[in-house]
Design a protein around this ligand. Structure first.
Ligand SMILES: Nc1ncnc2c1ncn2[C@@H]1O[C@H](COP(=O)(O)OP(=O)(O)OP(=O)(O)O)[C@@H](O)[C@H]1O
Ligand SMILES: [Mg+2]
Length: 177
């Protein structure tokens, strides 16, 4: 298992409120502690929404500012972040990440904080997405902006490794437009 503890004092509350205010599943609490609890709940709800696909840690439980989830592993230890991982076939890994974004979108969710820091690489170069508390439902007014940013981050990263990663192509593949 992995246990994530949200530090009550460390959050940027104005930013958190900005991102949570359009989410009808959560209460944009004025109290800092309550807002952190909502943030943890939101990460759990977002992971639960897409956990059937198997590209995120298994959500186990949350209470207050603590979230318990499955540990993502590589060989016998915790999986590295994409930014630190040695990938055999960058093009193949990129396609898998795009498929994750597409599946999430089909379930009405945008990750919202996707980058090489929030993608772990498990065995056989399998990308596993983490850190879902920014995740927004597609009907949230902020969702399209977040989707564009996610796609920009991911395409920019993979282009460094020679992958022909085009933002508009990915956007079309994800939204079907
Ligand atoms: N389920 C998991 N399995 C394995 N490692 C994990 C898991 N969840 C998180 N980690 C590790 O912990 C780090 C921090 O997790 P996360 O990205 O969810 O939090 P964060 O708020 O971005 O923290 P930080 O600001 O310290 O990066 C990740 O970069 C990853 O290395
Ligand atoms: Mg993170």
């Amino acid at each position: 298992m992995a246990i994530k503890i949200y530090r009550i004092e460390a959050g940027d509350f104005n930013l958190m409120r900005k991102y949570i205010v359009g989410d009808l599943r959560c209460h944009p609490a004025k109290n800092k502690r309550r807002l952190i609890y909502e943030w943890a709940k939101r990460e759990f709800l977002n992971m639960s929404r897409v956990s059937e696909f198997g590209f995120c840690p298994e959500p186990v439980a949350f209470q207050k500012n603590v979230l318990v989830m499955g540990l993502v592993t590589y060989e016998d230890g915790p999986a590295p972040k994409l930014k630190d991982a040695v990938i055999e076939d960058a093009g193949c890994c990129f396609n898998k990440v795009v498929e994750c974004i597409r599946c999430m979108y089909s379930k009405g969710l945008v990750h919202g904080d996707l980058s090489e820091y929030n993608i772990l690489v498990s065995d056989e170069d399998k990308p596993v997405l983490i850190d879902f508390s920014m995740g927004a439902l597609v009907e949230d007014p902020i969702a399209q902006e977040l989707l564009h940013r996610d796609i920009r981050n991911v395409t920019k990263y993979f282009r460094k490794f020679g992958v022909d990663a085009n933002e508009n192509d990915v956007l079309g593949a994800v939204t079907g437009g």
